[in-house]
Design a protein. Structure first.
Length: 85
């Protein structure tokens, strides 16, 4: 199951301030194909902060196996979309 394009766009808009706060980058623009390698300062510590912020915002809890499978922002969006259905 994948998020429809319009759902993905809405989710990216909702996630943008969370990513900006966690990664301390007010200009950050996120996209489904974006990875940690694409963003200066997105290291393992900031990644866990990002996960906690997302879980809190959406009132969900990722399983460890889900987190380690995230290859990019799009994977994270799909997991959020599934968890909130």
């Amino acid at each position: 199951m994948t998020a429809a394009p319009h759902d993905m766009s809405a989710l990216l808009r909702e996630l943008t301030p969370i990513f900006r706060k966690a990664l301390e980058n007010d200009q950050l623009v996120i996209a489904p194909e974006m990875t940690a390698r694409d963003v200066a300062g997105w290291d393992s510590l900031s990644h866990m902060s990002l996960i906690v912020e997302i879980e809190t915002h959406f009132k969900i809890k990722f399983k460890l196996r889900e987190i380690v499978r995230f290859k990019n922002v799009g994977d994270m969006c799909r997991a959020i979309w599934i968890a909130t259905q």
